[in-house]
Ligand binder design. Sequence first.
Ligand code: PMP
Length: 432
Amino acid sequence: AAPQPDPAASLARRDATFAQVQEHYFAEPPLIERGWRHHLLDTRAQSYLDMVNNVTQLGHGHPRLVEAVRDQWARLNTNSRFHYDELSRFTERLAAIAPEGLDTVFLVNSGSEAVDLALRLAQTHTGRRTILAVKEAYHGWTVGADAVTSSLGDNPRALGTRPDWVRLVSSPNIFHGAHRGVDSAPAYLAELDADLAELDAAGTGVAGYIAEPVFGNAGGVMLPDGYLAGVYERVRARGGVCIADEVQVGYGRMGHYFWGSEQQGVVPDVITVAKAMGNGQPLGAVITRREIAESFAAEGSFFSSAGGSPVSAVVGLTVLDIMRDERLQENAAVVGDHLADRLRALGERHPLVGAVHGLGLYLGVELVRDRETLEPATEEAHLVCDRLLAEGVIVQPTGDYKNVLKIKPPLCITQESADRFADALDLVLATL
Ligand code: PMP
């Protein structure tokens, strides 16, 4: 076998040529070489429990997916303008699992592209420009997706630099937002009414509203009960389009629901999907109603060279087949509930644990220095992640203050591994 590269030397080579805009996992990241199910192996044969990899829905190295991709690559992969049956089968399948009435699918290659396209659908369908977006959200890096991204954890200047067509509204964060608790929807909706009254008075109207149906970027925080129903009613009363960004929280990860919007009891007009649907292969989709897609078609054409290519379509179909056959959504519900119980129990012994957010295998452990003031424990969160790495567990923080441990392992994780994570976190919290 070839000699293994030195991790530090490899990192220096990467830093010399790879754009240093986004920080990477850990100051001294292990040099990962291999993955299997919910485990990663570095070049020194150290194994890690992968608690954060929300793109690898099925688990790493799934043999059935590898076989399907190998076979499709060998037979055909091409520009998606050609006609091949894999595309028909994949769009049919997505329309069948999408929320009711969402019957038309656009295929792209990432979540950012999906969000960009969703915003354009809202604008062309309504003939208006203004998009409402919640603070503290992340929706992607392209010009459109970045415009509705205001997460301070990603861009500390975000609030002062949004383009004029974006109207930011209060972050509906039930833990540390302006209004707290699951019954805080009326307070957030009253604020929204004031925002809308201003837009009505200015005559700009509303093209659309975008939010994650569970607040993934904030660490899997559930929205207030009835919040999205109230928002959608108000936006639709003005002819606006309601977009649910399901890139992180949708596609079975919530365990008890396939789509995050189900938890809020709403049916969006447009949903964006990516990450999990490709299990790490670049795949994204926008799913909407036919009339909204037709308004967009009247404005021009849509084409993505590799969006929905034969290989991408086969990846997408095989991911859904494996999720069904291995009952991964059910596993997310069972193991996720167990893990949430274990983490909540840790909260009883470690004052740093301010809350455990989320559902299924989308959980967030919010670390605070004081349960009254909710002062974010940012440095502590980084320390916890570094010490967990030494224990062979990979976790990273998220949120405006990077103080929420995001817990989004592959959906194949076992209860034993979930327990191993909770035990390691218990041990590490005791060292702080
Ligand atoms: N929307 C949400 C909610 C996301 O979390 C992300 C990625 N973190 C995106 C969109 C953008 O997806 P991508 O990185 O595939 O462009």
